[in-house]
Design a binder for this molecule. Structure first.
Ligand SMILES: C[S@@+](CC[C@H](N)C(=O)[O-])C[C@H]1O[C@@H](n2cnc3c(N)ncnc32)[C@H](O)[C@@H]1O
Length: 402
């Protein structure tokens, strides 16, 4: 989602009455919640509500999020070649598990549509494509997108209201984990605090920290050796996040994955880089109108709030429920292993002749470039009952970095 846009101050939002009504209603609910809980709520709770409060949260509300008129553009929205490359990996796994995909957080549905078509073209059609989506408005959007598939292909799609009891197939999540609420902590000397949200004298939201629970202190103490150098480097207070919900999600879904793979793509790093002494302000960001900025407390419900993913923690969560780590690499390397350079060759010819061809090539450049999505975005695959030879990781596998 952050196409490496420079961090910039929040831009003024055009006073669209519908958007104003949303943020006013959500602000009133959050303020009442803070008052009811002795003046403070944990940031994790705040993030849950600004993103998923029924009807009002950023994802649960009906404002446009994806694409040029929205707030950010994800990889499948940029180019159909993204789905085409993922399809090669999924197709390989279909030889060893059921031809089923369970996609979590399918956004506009464009990845689902692209994958279904590409898998059909590869001769390994999906038997069932199940979508688990927490946002009712995005479900509608997915329905519209998938309705454009030929009827024979669209028939395999279904929406699930809850997690299946067992999954034999491929679990997929693109930019899913970054949208899960995180716990915010600060470490200063021997003290560990949990950061949350309170109200200032004029009723505006402000940051406030409280002593951390013993379980949070324990979790931070495991990470402390990674960022200890920050204090030697003159940083008094180190602030960062822990994605407990993302880890719990991996464990829960990993447990029901009886055979098959879990493929997760997102922006983030291994723990050593995530909790680097120099990353003393963490990775929390708001995204709005294609600008990234750090002021996540403004205009609840009108901007996306995200944190990067700690892929070491994701791998550990998978291992704790018996999943094998099948691969970890950059998005660029995964797509190149998936044949993006060969698939784009005809586009290069087109680019010499048409504007659409130039645009397509530009999108591929964004997906692969180290300065854009190619390096910041990573791909991790974990699985059960599959051989350790996933084609998307055949070159440039970085499992050792986790
Ligand atoms: C940043 S968007 C990415 C959308 C899409 N995958 C894409 O790449 O364009 C995150 C998506 O995850 C969904 N989501 C967040 N938590 C979820 C969960 N626990 N289960 C299913 N979907 C979830 C959100 O509603 C949203 O659709």
């Amino acid at each position: 989602m952050p196409l490496d846009l420079p961090a910039s101050p929040p831009t003024a939002v055009a006073p669209d009455p519908a958007a104003l009504a949303v943020t006013e209603a959500l602000t009133a609910r959050l303020s009442a919640d803070i008052q009811a809980r002795a003046g403070w709520i944990p940031f994790e709770h705040w993030m849950q509500r600004v993103l998923y409060e029924p009807g009002l949260g950023y994802y649960s509300g009906s404002l446009r999020k994806f694409g040029a008129e929205g707030d950010f553009t994800t990889a499948p929205e940029l180019s159909p070649l993204f789905a085409a490359c993922l399809a090669r990996q999924v197709s390989q796994w279909f030889a060893q598990c059921a031809p089923v995909v369970v996609e979590f957080g399918a956004g506009s549905g464009v990845l689902a549509a692209g994958l279904i078509e590409a898998l059909h073209a590869l001769g390994t059609p999906v038997q069932r494509y199940a979508i688990v989506e927490v946002s009712a408005s995005l479900r509608e959007r997915q329905r519209e997108t998938l309705a454009s598939l030929p009827a024979g292909l669209a028939a395999c799609v279904q929406w699930l209201d809850c997690l299946p009891e067992r999954i034999d197939g491929v679990v997929l999540g693109n930019e899913l984990l970054d949208a899960m609420p995180v716990c915010l902590f600060e470490s200063e000397g021997a003290q560990v605090r949990e950061v949350g949200v309170a109200l200032d004298a004029s009723g505006r939201f402000e940051w406030r920290a409280q002593p951390a629970s013993s379980s949070l202190q324990e979790a931070v103490s495991v990470l402390q050796p990674l960022f200890r150098g920050a204090q030697r480097g003159g940083v008094d207070r180190y602030r960062s996040e822990i994605g407990f919900q993302a880890q719990a999600w991996v464990r829960t879904v990993g447990q029901v994955l009886v055979r098959g793979a879990m493929l997760l793509l997102d922006y983030g790093f291994p723990a050593r880089e995530y909790y680097h002494p120099q990353r003393a302000q963490g990775t929390l960001m708001a995204h709005r109108r294609h600008r990234a900025h750090p002021d996540v407390l403004v205009d609840p419900g009108l901007q996306d709030v995200t944190a990067h993913v700690d892929f070491s923690a994701v791998a550990q969560a998978g291992a704790s429920v018996g999943l094998d780590l099948l691969g970890y690499t950059s998005q660029a390397r995964f797509l190149i292993n998936g044949g993006i350079l060969e698939v784009m060759a005809p586009l290069a010819q087109d680019a010499a002749r048409t504007i659409a061809g130039v645009r397509q090539l530009g999108a591929v450049q964004t997906l692969l470039s180290e300065a854009e999505m190619g390096e910041l975005f990573k791909v991790i695959a974990m699985g059960r009952g599959l051989p350790d030879e996933a084609c998307g990781f055949v070159r440039g596998d970085r499992r050792g970095a986790l």
